[in-house]
Structures are given as structure tokens and as C-alpha cells.
Design a protein. Structure first.
Length: 247
């Protein structure tokens, strides 16, 4: 059995009288890509935000490894091994690729606030940053200003920033958004490589991409889980076709 890295147990999120998520449960395994599908408004991003700590849960629990992190802050969860990306690219555009990743690596160190330390010369920061840059296919781009990169390269950089924090779980919210076919293929290949050492929870609208990389798929509609199963079973489900595709 694969190791369970992250678990949501009947998590619910209410905004006043609106229920965005209702009793959602799922597990993220090391070495597995778990995709979340659903139409707009299904509650997919809300779920990611609850798992990362960006949103508090109304009820239910979030378990990271053997630790209940339901009441932990996003920063605390990040330090414990949760890394996430966002729908909109989240980088420091005026910094170089290496500086973006080095700053992320530096955040893992309890000495990060030591104002008299020259972080640029700290070998551990640089090692983690350079490894993440290499893993995401950006070797040779270390000194490029982030704003000068293409959209696809900026999405790769965002993932490199996440990897620089040494996460065990990756929460990826539409990592293929805005990409062309060639860039999407590169990102899919990268995710297939990263899942060998991480657990990945993926929200994505590109159905072809999802079915090509997902080991497990959860389908959500109106904040609830319709089905969680293998991709073949999800594709063949009449209930999913009715709920998601409308036929």
C-alpha cells in the first residue's frame, strides 16, 4: 500500500448561508496523482484552499501524515511539507529565477530572519534552489529575470519555487492554465516525474491531461463528491457524465 500523506475527513466550508463544500473526504498518496474534476462552482479550489490552510474549515479535519493540521496556519502547513501553486502565476517578477527559488529555500531555515547573514552565499539555500530549477527543466535560466520568461516557463518557475521548500505534498490548482499544447506536454511530463517522490493533488480543466496523468479521480458537483475511483471507472460512469458533461 502507498503511504497516505494527506487526508481530508468530511471537510465542510460554509460562507454564511452558502455551502461551498459539504463533507468532502479524500486521501493523497505518495507516488499517486489524485485529480479533482468538476464544473465551475463545484468547490474544487475551495477544497484546495482548506487543505493548504488558506481557508479555515467549518467542520471536518485535515490530517498531514499522522498530524491533525486542521487549525494550523498556511505557513505552518508549508513548513510541515505542503506546497501549493495557484491558478494565477505567483512569482517575484523582478527577481531572477535563482533568486525566486533561493528565497523559497531560505524560508525553510529557522535562521531565515537573521538580517546579518548573506543568504546568497549560504550553500544549503543555493543547493535546494538549484535542484528545484533542474527538476523543473529550467537549468540555464538561473540568471533570467522572471518577468522575461514565457507563460509556460513562469508556471515551471512557480513549481520550482514550491519544490525549493522541500514539500512532500503538492497541491496544484490548474497548473496547465493558459498553456499551449507544447507547454502543456512539458508540464505533464514534469508532473509524471515529480509524482515518483511526492503526493500530488491536482485541480485541472484539461480533461485529456487529467486522464493521462491521474491515478485517482474525484468528481465534485455543487460542493459534494459524486465519485472517487480509477480514471477508467470515472470515464465510464453515467452519473459522472450526467453531472459533469450534461449527457
Amino acid at each position: 500500500m502507498s503511504e497516505v500523506l494527506l487526508k481530508a475527513i468530511e471537510v465542510t466550508k460554509r460562507f454564511g448561508g452558502l455551502t461551498a463544500n459539504q463533507d468532502v473526504s479524500l486521501e493523497v498518496y505518495r507516488g499517486k496523482t489524485h485529480a479533482i474534476l468538476g464544473p465551475n462552482g463545484a468547490g474544487k479550489s475551495t477544497l484546495i484552499n482548506m487543505l493548504s490552510g488558506d481557508l479555515s474549515v467549518t467542520s471536518g479535519a485535515v490530517i498531514l501524515g499522522d498530524t491533525d493540521v486542521t487549525n494550523r496556519t498556511p505557513n505552518q502547513r508549508s513548513l510541515m511539507g505542503i506546497g501549493r501553486s495557484y491558478q494565477k502565476t505567483n512569482i517575484f517578477p523582478e527577481f531572477t529565477v535563482l533568486e525566486n527559488c533561493r528565497l523559497a529555500a531560505q524560508s525553510r531555515d529557522p535562521r531565515a530572519s537573521a538580517i546579518f547573514t548573506n543568504a546568497q552565499k549560504h550553500k544549503a539555500y543555493l543547493a535546494h534552489a538549484e535542484r528545484a530549477i533542474s527538476e523543473t527543466g529550467l537549468s540555464g535560466y538561473e540568471n533570467r529575470i522572471a518577468s522575461e520568461l514565457s507563460h509556460g516557463e513562469q508556471r515551471q518557475l512557480e513549481l520550482a519555487i514550491v519544490l525549493s521548500t522541500q514539500p512532500t505534498v503538492l497541491l496544484l490548482d490548474e497548473p496547465l492554465a493558459g498553456m499551449g499544447s507544447e507547454e502543456s506536454a512539458q508540464m505533464i511530463a514534469l508532473l509524471k516525474k515529480l509524482v515518483k517522490t511526492h503526493g500530488i493533488l491536482l485541480v485541472e480543466h484539461d480533461m485529456e491531461a487529467v486522464f493521462s496523468i491521474a491515478d485517482i479521480i474525484t468528481v465534485m458537483v455543487n460542493g459534494t463528491v459524486v465519485m472517487t475511483d480509477l480514471p477508467e471507472a470515472v470515464r465510464a460512469s453515467a452519473e459522472v457524465q450526467q453531472a459533469y458533461f450534461g449527457h
